[in-house]
Each structure stands twice: as C-alpha cells, then as structure tokens.
Write a protein of this length. Structure first.
Length: 413
C-alpha cells in the first residue's frame, strides 16, 4: 500500500479528526489523492482511485481501462492465486476497533463507517466471494448493509438455512485490483480473487479459517441473523439513504500491520463513483456488442454518479443502430436511467463533446427512446419504485453525413 501511495504523490496534511475532519479534507480535494499523517495516531489516505490514477497504476490510458477489466473478466478462470503464509507475520492483534481511524463522514451519518473494506466469504458449494459493502461501526458490533440481489446476501441466507452464521473477513487497504474485482458483477461462481490476479499478482494467507489478501487492517467475524438499525448514510448520489434493519457482524479478531495506513473512501466522492461504476462498463459493453458488434467504448459519467448516466460510442453502419444500442445498454446495466449513443468522432470522456452531439445531431421527435414504469436504481432519490428511462440517439444519420462533419484545420500549416 505504501509503495502505491508514493506513486500517486498525494497532497499531505499533518493532522485531522476522524469525525468530519477527514471527510472535510477529502471533499475539498475530491478526485485528488490525499495523505494525512495523524488521525488519532494513525496514517490515513483517501481519494486514491480515479480513472487517472488507476490508469497510472495499471500502465494504460484511461480510455483503455474498460478493456483491461473486460480482459480480466473474460479470463477469470485462468487466474492464479498464490498462498503465502509468511504474510501473517506482518500483523499484530488489536483489541478496540473504536481506536482505529474510521471516519464519520457526514453530519447525519449514524456513526463511523467502513467504506473501503473488501468483505471475503467462503462457501463449500460456490467458493470465495469478494464484495464491498458499507459497514457501520458500533461499540459492540458492526452492521452491514447488504443489498438483496448481491451474492453475499445469497450466501448469508444459505448459511442461515443450514443453521450456521456466515464467517467473513473484512480487508481494508488493499491493492486496487482487488477493489475492482470485488465491485465486478458476475454469476455466483465468479471468482473475484482469480479476476484480480489477472490484473495484478494476488497473494493470500489463512487467517481464522479464511484465505485473506494482504491488507492494512483486517477484521474477522460472523454475519448473524440478529438485525440492527443501519443508516442514515450518504450513498453514491450524495444524498442520504434511509434507515433499515440490517444484519449484525460479531467481531472475532482485529488485526493490523505495525504501521498501517487506513483507506478512507468518501461516500459520493469521485473515488466511490469510479470504483462502483467502472466495473459495470465492461458488462454494458459486452451486451451492446452482442447487438452492435461495432461498439467502440462505454462510460458511466461522473455527473451521473457513474451509475445513472452513460454514453455509448459506436461505429454506425445502418439506421437504427443507435436505438438498438440504447436498448442493449439499458438492459446491460439495470440501474442506468439515461444513456446517450454517439459516433466515433465524439470524445465520450468530454461531456462538452457529448452535449455538442446532442445539440447538433438530435431531433426530439425522432431520436428519443422513452421507457416508462421500468425498474431502476434504489439510489435514485427521484424514483418512486419505478423510473422512466430515456435514451438519446445522438448519432449522425447515414444520409448527408457531410452536413455533420466537424471542421478541421490542416496539420501541415
């Protein structure tokens, strides 16, 4: 972790409080890495993983990140995970999680939250599962928010049906390959450890009956059938999610490195949006590709919280390609609310260029696709249970394409 942070050259702060102090610094520098030397005696980092910093770590252009992940997803079964029990020597046991620099981020938050922890679970039938969930820290236990459609929730219910509690580990401060893999949607047999190993070498060691990766802090415990209040808490849209009854995690052991660095992930910040949205782009791309083989790229935009808005770039060959791409993209990411389809000459990472395509190539009566009463994202505060989805075909018509050609200045002048 320390070597990765040095490559990012973060802005340095001397000290901050874990209640609102860390989040204030993160918010002021949203999208830019920061390092705080002292938060209750611990080092804290945040805003680590944007498209730009991920591209730097993986040595690709940011436009190529989708294809880097797509390759790892498609080659997941080829992944190799190495066991290195010597890693266990890096850790000491701790006694009090409340002494850790776990931030309270926003004014109405229910308390301090773990937001960057990778939850590791194992099932004899399905193998290992890695996922990321927000976790509320209380005095005697943790409370985890588990969305019903996620695989961890499935494994949790399976364990309860079998008369047991689900053993888990929570790893905080891991390589971004593990964060990206844990945020990727696959089927129940998808092995996130193996996917991560395609992106970067993965070493694990046995700790309290589970194989865990190298991390700065590790918690082991069990997800129980008992429930407790979780929330309110700010989610990816920057608005408060409601209070729910959610499962308790009983802590078994606390581990940390001798001089650990805590990874604080700002809810609703650029890092949160990037890690949540970027791994969805390969899935959208694959499904659009099944319909439009000439699809070039896909992005979930920061302004759309990297979740609700997307842009799809295609090489248009027949009329109707744009609208078919819209339908495929909406199917590929069920939370997608608005999607714009553009031509190859539009830079999908430049929202001004996308808006230019809408301004000069769209007529509302022929280029809009409106789908009412669809299931959308529970994170959308404007949704009442269903949502209206809109697609905009901002591609040039094949006839009279010269009318839409962007003017260029010769390069040899």
């Amino acid at each position: 972790m320390r070597e990765l942070i040095e490559k990012l050259k973060p802005k340095v702060y001397e000290k901050a409080s874990k209640k609102f102090g860390v989040s204030k610094i993160l918010k002021e520098n949203d999208g830019k890495p920061i390092y705080i030397k002292d938060v209750d005696g611990f080092e804290v980092v945040g805003n680590l993983w944007s498209r730009e910093t991920l591209a730097k770590i993986f040595n690709v252009k940011k436009e190529e990140l989708l294809f880097l992940l797509l390759n790892a997803i498609e080659r997941e079964k080829e992944g190799k995970v190495e066991i290195n029990d010597d890693l266990k020597e890096l850790y000491i046991k701790d006694k009090n999680i409340l002494s850790w620099p776990i931030p309270t981020y926003y004014e109405k938050d229910a308390g301090p939250y773990i937001t960057s922890g990778v939850v590791i679970a194992y099932d004899e039938d399905y193998g290992y599962n890695l996922s990321i969930h927000r976790i509320l820290v209380k005095e005697s236990h943790l409370v985890i928010r588990m969305v019903e459609q996620r695989h961890l929730h499935f494994l949790y219910n399976k364990a309860l049906r079998e008369g047991r509690e689900l053993e888990v580990a929570i790893a905080i401060g891991v390589h971004p390959s593990l964060l990206l893999a844990a945020s990727t949607s696959g089927d129940i047999t998808f092995d996130e450890y193996k996917m991560a190993s395609i992106l970067n070498k993965v070493e694990v060691f046995e700790l309290d009956n589970l194989l865990v990766p190298e991390a700065e802090f590790i918690i082991t415990g069990k997800i129980c059938k008992e429930l407790d209040d979780e929330g309110p808490f700010v989610d990816i849209t920057g608005t408060y999610d409601k209070v729910r009854k959610q499962p308790i995690i009983k802590i078994k052991n606390l581990y940390r490195k001798e001089k650990p660095i805590f990874h604080a992930l700002l809810p609703g910040g650029v890092e949160h949006k990037t890690l949540m949205g970027l791994p969805q782009e390969p899935r959208i791309y694959k499904i659009v590709r099944n319909t439009i083989p000439t699809v070039k790229n896909v992005v979930l935009t920061t302004g759309g919280c990297c979740w609700l808005h997307g842009v799809v770039q295609i090489e248009k060959r027949t009329e109707g390609d744009g609208k078919n791409a819209i339908l495929a993209a909406l199917a590929g990411h069920p939370s997608l609310k608005h999607v714009v389809v553009v031509d190859e000459d539009i830079n999908i990472y430049d929202i001004n260029d996308v808006e230019y395509a809408i301004a000069t190539r769209v007529q509302g009566d022929r280029d809009l696709v409106i789908i009412k009463g669809a299931k959308g994202s529970s994170l959308d505060p404007s949704s009442d249970g269903t949502t209206t989805k809109i697609g905009i075909d901002a591609t040039k018509p094949l006839k009279d394409r010269e009318k839409f050609e962007k003017a260029k200045i010769p390069s040899d002048i």
